[in-house]
Structures are given as structure tokens and as C-alpha cells.
Design a protein around this ligand. Structure first.
Ligand code: FAD
Ligand code: NAI
Length: 461
């Protein structure tokens, strides 16, 4: 006998599990199909969570090694990599189990297996048929590969392998100076690896504000990370004990070779819809395999899609917003996502964070803007903490003063960006932020000062 659901979700990552839980809360009969052993998708299992666990642990390790002395703390530190990995795995385990608990609490059926869409009302899970009034595709993304460079997750790794290395590589080459490359490159550099980043473009972190890109590169370089921007890796040869990496300028030119113990391929991710049966049911994708949607609806009535497999930033919180919105739409409510206020955070030290438009985007769109900037060097909490690198920059409309973007690099800016998201969601003016009392001494005073700077009345400079 087949089960009939209001909603069957394929994929148990942030897009899928948030959709499932919200749908359960709204009283829908819902099932979530997941092929992985545990729920939580890329984010909880091999993405956001394990990477942040290692970033946190290695940040403390490096601080103990290099910064404690400046604070009058004498400490001797020794790395215990197996225990560091075990601690990360424990966090992942707790969080994935937490989703199982939330499923039970919200009466979501967790169906283990591989989902394939048979028609707009049926999902096959390893032979078992689930009947569904609605199907939500939340199958996420997978690592993009480079032709001729085969990932073995041992010496040539994707982010997944880079989260599991059993010893610190002597030399690590990172292909791609994006978010994964810089975060996981930082992890292994802090533990002692010589890390070289090869980036195709002339700058790191495409999409970020140019000033943040430049400052970020300068600070990471000062920390010991090496960069070859404007270069591409053309081959990685596996020798007995080493890897021979060949690179050339992106525009062509002489090749250079150098050796490495581990190569991390982090050149982006692509939508994952393999084996889903999209062609057979007629769901259209663009030429890069991204499912085409209109307010989360695919071209086939009753089939929806969310998260990394549709357009937009490949971020867990964006997938989560998509998932919740679809559950609400299916339940007859007004589900909506404001993509203009989705923040992005790079969890290096210092962190980098952004929301809204960059200066370049405003210039390209011909939008008149004014800018306020405040450096952490002049922030008393940052001074007290010995973490003075970076700045907060706020961009506002030249005439209306409405905040159009915020770009930050500095301590804890991944938390501080949220104030700007709230402000932008409420269409605040820079002056609104400038007139809000911020506690002293806090790092968030830098946000207020930058907002004051938009209209030329920064107190400290
Ligand atoms: P996914 O999380 O990829 O989940 C999709 C799930 O669907 C998977 O579990 C998969 O097994 C399952 N699946 C696929 N096909 C089928 C099928 N046919 N049947 C059954 N199950 C199927 N984002 C952030 O916002 N912050 C971060 O700090 C961050 N760090 C990251 C670090 C790394 C190393 C990586 C790789 C990614 C990181 N991301 C981060 C991105 C984030 O993980 C993704 O944006 C997010 O997981 C997307 O959620 P999703 O639900 O769309 O897809
Ligand atoms: P990315 O898109 O952030 O960066 C890839 C980089 O590789 C780009 O700078 C690109 O120019 C470069 N590149 C592409 N081809 C190249 C080549 N042949 N040679 C050299 N460089 C090349 O992708 P990344 O870092 O793999 O991350 C994938 C996704 O995961 C991102 O979309 C990101 O949003 C998400 N993610 C988010 C995190 C966060 O929010 N903190 C952390 C990690 C991942």
C-alpha cells in the first residue's frame, strides 16, 4: 500500500529539513527523503558545521601559540589532531541527531533512501512508492571538478576530504580563492601547513566588495598564506610521495611547477540533481543544471525546488529561507524570501561579512550613493582585544539615505552584519543606525560610527 502525503521533500539539508519542519508545524502530512545516513545535508555533515568547528579550534590553537604571550599568558600548546577531529565529529553528530528529534517532534516521516520522481504525484524511494500532492526538490549541490584533476579525497581533496585529513600537510595547494579555499586553507595553515592559493581571477572572493577583497588578501598574506591570483592550475601529477602542480597565468603564458602534499579543489559547487528523473517528468534546468523556478515553482505543477539546486547564493541560511517559504506557500500562506537582505560571511580571522550591494554594483547600476567607513583600529573594544585589523563600511542612497549595502572585515563581523540585515529589512536610513545607542565598549560601535560617517559626523577617526 502506498502512503499519501501533502508534501514529499527530496533532500534533508537546510532547504529540505526546514521545509519539512515548517510544514509539520503547519499541520501538513510530510515526508523527507534523504539518501545520506544522517539528516542535515551538506551543511551539517560536510559543510558549515564541521568547517566552523575546525575554524574555531584552530583559531584558539593559533591564538594560544602566538597571541597569548602578548596578553601575559604563558602557555605551551600541543596539537592533538585526532582529538580535534573527534570534537568536530561529536558536534556534527549532536546536530544531525537534533534534526531527527525535530522531525519526530513535528511529525515528519524521515524516509531513508534515494528519491526519484516518477511523476508529479509520485516519488520512488528504492522501490517504495510515496504518493505526494506536492514534491519539493531540495537535493543541494556537489563540488565542481576540474577536467584532468581527479579528486581521490586522499591527496587531491574536495572540502569533504579537507575536513578529514589525518595529518597536517607540509604543503597544501588550494585551487580557488573563494570561501572554501580561504576557510579550509586557514584551518591547515594555522596548524602548520604552507598554504598556497591559486586563483583564476585577479582578486579573491568574487562577489565581495573590492576593498574587503583587497584588505582580506593583505591580512591573510600577512598570516602566511601565499597567493597566485590571475593563475590557473592546469595539472596535478601524482608522484610517489609528492604531487607536482602545474599552473599558468589565466590569460596564458609560461607554466610554473611546484610540489605539494595535498591539493584542495575548491572552484565552486554545482546544483546536484543526478538520478532524480527530472528529464522524464519534464522539469527544466538551465544549461548549468540549475532548476528553473518561479517563486519556487518549477514548470511542472506540484513540483517545487529550493536551496542550492535553484538560483541564488549557495548558502545554508538562504536554503533555509527558501524551504520555510515553500512550506508556507503550500499551506496557503504568503511565503516569501527577500534575497536583497541575505548576508554572506567568510569565517576566516578576521571574518568578512556583507549584505546588499557593493560599491561596484551601485556604480554599474548608476545608483548615486554615499559611504561611511570606520576602522577597527579606532574602536576601543577592538583595541582592548588586540584585534584591530579591518573596517566597517556602509553604503547609503545619496538622496534618501536608505542603506543599500554593508561590507565588513574585522573581529566578529559575522555577528555584526545581522544588525545591517535588520536595518535593511526595515528600509532604515544610515541616520537611523547612527542615532541608535550602542553599548560601549563593543565592536558594534564600529557599525554605528560607520553609519554616522555616511553623513559626515563620525566621532572618532
Ligand atoms: P544540501 O545541504 O546539499 O542537502 C541536500 C541533501 O539532499 C543531501 O543531504 C543529499 O544527500 C540529499 N539528496 C540529494 N539527492 C537526493 C536524492 N535523489 N534522494 C535523497 N536524498 C538526496 N553555507 C553557509 O551559509 N554558511 C557556511 O558557513 C557554509 N559553509 C560551508 C562549508 C563547506 C565546506 C561547504 C561545502 C558548504 C558550506 N556552505 C555554507 C554551503 C551550505 O552547506 C549549502 O548552501 C547548504 O547545505 C545547501 O542546503 P540544501 O538543503 O540546498 O542542500
Ligand atoms: P566559490 O565560488 O566561493 O569560489 C571558487 C573560486 O574558485 C572563485 O574565486 C573562482 O574564481 C575560482 N576558480 C574557478 N575556477 C578556477 C580555476 N580553474 N583555477 C583557479 N581558480 C578557479 O566556491 P567555493 O569556495 O568552492 O565554495 C562553494 C560554495 O559553498 C560557495 O558558493 C559558497 O557560498 C558556499 N560556502 C559558503 C561558506 C560560507 O558561507 N562561509 C563557506 C564555504 C562554502
Amino acid at each position: 500500500m502506498s502512503d499519501t502525503y501533502d508534501l514529499v521533500i527530496i533532500g534533508g539539508g537546510p532547504g529540505g529539513y526546514n521545509c519539512a519542519i515548517r510544514a509539520g508545524q503547519l499541520g501538513l502530512k510530510v515526508a523527507c527523503v534523504e539518501t545520506r545516513k544522517t539528516l542535515g545535508g551538506t551543511c551539517l555533515n560536510v559543510g558549515c558545521i564541521p568547517s566552523k568547528a575546525l575554524l574555531h579550534a584552530t583559531e584558539l590553537y593559533e591564538a594560544a601559540e602566538k597571541d597569548f604571550e602578548n596578553l601575559g599568558i604563558d602557555a605551551s600548546v600541543k596539537l592533538n589532531l585526532p582529538n580535534m577531529m573527534a570534537s568536530k565529529d561529536k558536534t556534527v553528530d549532536q546536530l544531525t541527531k537534533g534534526i531527527e528529534y525535530l522531525f519526530k517532534k513535528n511529525k515528519v516521516d524521515h524516509i531513508k533512501g534515494f528519491g526519484k520522481i516518477i511523476d508529479a504525484g509520485t516519488v520512488d524511494v528504492d522501490g517504495k512508492k510515496l504518493k505526494a500532492k506536492n514534491i519539493v526538490i531540495a537535493t543541494g549541490s556537489e563540488v565542481a571538478t576540474l577536467p584532468g584533476i581527479e579528486i581521490d579525497e586522499d591527496r587531491i581533496v574536495s572540502s569533504t576530504g579537507a575536513l578529514e585529513l589525518d595529518k597536517v600537510p607540509g604543503k597544501m595547494v588550494v585551487i580557488g580563492g573563494g570561501v572554501i579555499g580561504l576557510e579550509l586553507g586557514s584551518v591547515w595553515r594555522r596548524l602548520g601547513a604552507e598554504v598556497t592559493v591559486v586563483e583564476f581571477l585577479d582578486h579573491i572572493l568574487p562577489g565581495m566588495d573590492a576593498e574587503v577583497q583587497k584588505t582580506g588578501k593583505r591580512i591573510l598574506k600577512k598570516q602566511g598564506m601565499k597567493f597566485h591570483t590571475g593563475h590557473k592550475v592546469t595539472g596535478v601529477e601524482k608522484l610517489k610521495s609528492k604531487l607536482k602542480v602545474t599552473m599558468e597565468p589565466s590569460k596564458g603564458g609560461d607554466t610554473t611547477t611546484f610540489d605539494a602534499d595535498v591539493v584542495l579543489v575548491s572552484i565552486g559547487r554545482r546544483a546536484y540533481t543526478d538520478g532524480l528523473g527530472l528529464e522524464a517528468v519534464g522539469v527544466t534546468t538551465d544549461k548549468r543544471g540549475v532548476i528553473e523556478t518561479n517563486h519556487f515553482k518549477t514548470n511542472v505543477p506540484g513540483i517545487w525546488a529550493v536551496g542550492d539546486c535553484i538560483k541564488g547564493p549557495m548558502l545554508a541560511h538562504k536554503a533555509e529561507e527558501d524551504g520555510v517559504a515553500v512550506a508556507e506557500l503550500i499551506a496557503g500562506k504568503a511565503g516569501h524570501v527577500n534575497y536583497d537582505t541575505v548576508p554572506g560571511v567568510v569565517y576566516t580571522k578576521p571574518e568578512m561579512a556583507a549584505v546588499g550591494q557593493t560599491e561596484q554594483e551601485l556604480k554599474d547600476a548608476g545608483i548615486p550613493y554615499k559611504s561611511g567607513k570606520f576602522i577597527f583600529m579606532a574602536n576601543s573594544r577592538a583595541k582592548a582585544n588586540h584585534e584591530t585589523d579591518g573596517f566597517v563600511k556602509i553604503l547609503a542612497h545619496a538622496e534618501t539615505d536608505e542603506i543599500l549595502g554593508a561590507h565588513m572585515i574585522g573581529p566578529m563581523v559575522g555577528e555584526m552584519i545581522q544588525e545591517m540585515c535588520v536595518a535593511m529589512e526595515f528600509k532604515a536610513a544610515a541616520e537611523d543606525i547612527a542615532r541608535i545607542c550602542h553599548a560601549h565598549p563593543t565592536l558594534s560601535e564600529a557599525v554605528r560610527q560607520a553609519a554616522m560617517g555616511v553623513n559626515g559626523w563620525t566621532m572618532q577617526s
